[in-house]
Each structure stands twice: as structure tokens, then as C-alpha cells.
Design a protein around this ligand. Sequence first.
Ligand SMILES: [Ca+2]
Ligand SMILES: [Ca+2]
Ligand SMILES: [Ca+2]
Length: 427
Amino acid sequence: MKFFFLGISSLAFLLFGHFSTSPANISIDYEPIGRICTEDYDECDLTIQYAFTVTAADTAGLVVAYRFIGPQGIPLPDPYGTLVGEYPNYAISGTYPLGAISFFVEASNAAAEEMSVELPLEVVDCYAPIMAWVDTIRMPTVPIDLDQNNRYDFIGLKLVPTDFSTDPPFEGCNGMPQFSITHPDSLPNNADSLIIACWDTFPQIIRVWTWDDADNPGAVQPDSTVGGANYTKRDIVIMPPTEGPDCDSLPIVTGKVRTENGKVYPNLNINAVGDISLQTMTDHQGNYLLTEFSPGVSYRFTVDTISDKPANGVTILDVTLLARHILNMNPLVSPYKVIAADVNDSGTLTTLDIVLMRLMIIGQLDEFPGGTPSWRFVPSHYSFPPERNPFDPRFREDRILNNIQGFHEVDFVAIKMGDINCSATLP
Ligand SMILES: [Ca+2]
Ligand SMILES: [Ca+2]
Ligand SMILES: [Ca+2]
């Protein structure tokens, strides 16, 4: 409503302004300054001479005056400057803060002829904050609690912006600047620190960003849009750490879960139970990482078995493979295939396994008997007995790391029960 009202009134002003002075007996000429930057990064205002000329055919009783129109839009006496000069050359002289304002200049004479113009001015902070940066830095290693649950996850480096400045941060026109530390190929984010794992390669380049709260219509943003804060960035070399705890002074276990023919199994629950229970999941590459172990404690690693879709991958071909094995025509050489074939978990491969697989294929079974899961997981490092009979002694579905120290890899082989040729689809 307010906007509408202003629109009508300024339209009326333009129309009547034109007619009352046409042909113009008084004219005001000026070069608009418009948007202009402050002169330096630490200056938050700008001193200007805003020049204009007044020409009148009849100068008797000529009065030239102006009012300041600030962000509120109300014409006021100018709190920052004054009118200087004399007919015909004048200027508004003053020091103006950041922001968009205008000067409403009026000239009138004794004959009641008058003219007015509005001189636009927008003082903009076009400078990013400045810090005294260092180009290279060597930081000590420290224990990192990445998820802040009060158990250390790994040894690494934690970088904060003040690490890279020899001076306190510059306090700009728009308050304290903001900071972000990123890898060189990332845009700045809200995180004001960056963690680098101890086993990353060094030297390493990181990028420090700083920006103000200026609304600079000409500032190019990190995402290539134009208008907003003034950004600056600097690449800094992180040298290899020489102080602090060794990289492997906190235990870390990585691992992967694959089928015998290399298919990836994501979203599996991985457990390590010792003085506490640790749990994580395999990612889309079938890999996992576990931290927060207490050094020197023993942990037992398992993968939660899966009971969904027991018929997945079970076909008549698997039945044929098992039949040939039982008849000793073409024995299964892989212990993982032998485990897959024992669908009733009896520790032997018999015609009963063949019958159960057939029933599963024709949809007469909802699950294999004996508590047999759909998928089970055997540690990759488990070495089977020489005769390749995985049932004597029975194969392990866990792996124990005693007195855990340093880095370990604990991998598992995923076995789909009843699927001897590894044709099952993975989630
Ligand atoms: Ca933690
Ligand atoms: Ca069996
Ligand atoms: Ca199969």
C-alpha cells in the first residue's frame, strides 16, 4: 500500500515538475556518482564532492538548497555534509557512511520559478577483510574426537583460522569477518575448522576463506554469482607434523565385505565388542571404518547376518552343482561354496540340502531350516583346514583381535546360502 502511494505521488511530481518549469528557466546539471566504493579496506565511509551546476535565466533572488534523504526516505538537513560553491558551480561536500542515500537539490528564484533534482549516492564496502596470513604451517598431531562423544577417534590435525594469522582478525566495517577452512576444491562452508587425518599425505594444501557482511552488488561470490559479501581466499601449505602422538597410537580398524566373486555388500552392521560395543555400517563400496577402541583391549568382530530373501540367487544350476559335488563328479573346491551349500546348517552336504534348495526354488519354503540365515559372513583371514572341509572344525563367523594396537584390516566374505555360483543380487 505504501509502495503504491509513493508510486503515484512520484509520478505526479514528475508530471507537474516538468510542466511548471517548461521550458526550463532554471536548470540543474550534474554527473551522477551513484554507486561508489570506499577508498580502502579499513575505511567505512567516503569523503566526496558531489558537484552540480545551476543555470537560471533570471538569477534575482536565486536560492539553492538541498536536503539529505537517508535510508528511511525522509528528507532531512544533511548530518554529514554541507553545500559549498557559488553560482553557477556548487557541490555537496561531506563524508558519507556505507549505504544508499540521495540528495534532493532545489533551486528557486524571486519569480517563483523552481527546479529540483535528486542526486543518487551509494557508498559500498568493496574490500574483503585483511589478515596477516602465513603461507606454510606445521601443526602438531592431536587426538581427534570427530563426533564429540568423548571418545577419541584418530590422531590428526585440527586447523582453525587463527592458526594462519600472525595478527588478531581484522574487525571490518561490518563487524568481525567470517572464516572457513576447506580443501582447495571446496566452496566455503559454516565449519570454522578443518580436520586432517594423520595418515593423509603431506605437504597438503588447504584453503582459508574470509569474508565480511557487506552487501556489495559487484562482489563475485565463491559460487560465481555476483552481489553480496566480499570474499578473499588464500592457499596455505600444511607441512608434515613432527610433534604430537604417532598416527597409529589410537587403534583403527578398516575392512570390507565382498562376495567370493567380488560383489560389494553395503549397509551391513559391523560390530566390535570388547570393553564397549562399537558399531558401524559398510558404505556403498562395502567398506567400513571403526574407531574409538581402547588400546590394549580385546575385541570380537562380527557382521550381523541377513535373513531377507532366502531364495535370492538359488536356482536349479546351484542344485546341479551340489548334486555333482555329492556324487564326487565335480567337487566344490571353494570352502565358501561348501558353506553356501549346507542350507540346513548340518555341517554336512547331503541330498537333504538338495531337497531344501528345490523347495526354496519352487516357493515351498519361507526360510531354510536350522536357523540358517540368508547371508552369513566369514572373516577373510580365516584359514580353512587342509581338506577344505569348513565344518571340521566349524568355520568362524567372527574374528578376535587381542590387545588391540595400531591399524588393522578385518574383512569378511559374504556368503548367500544356497547360492553356490554366486548369482545372488546384492542390495
Ligand atoms: Ca568420538
Ligand atoms: Ca546339510
Ligand atoms: Ca545361484
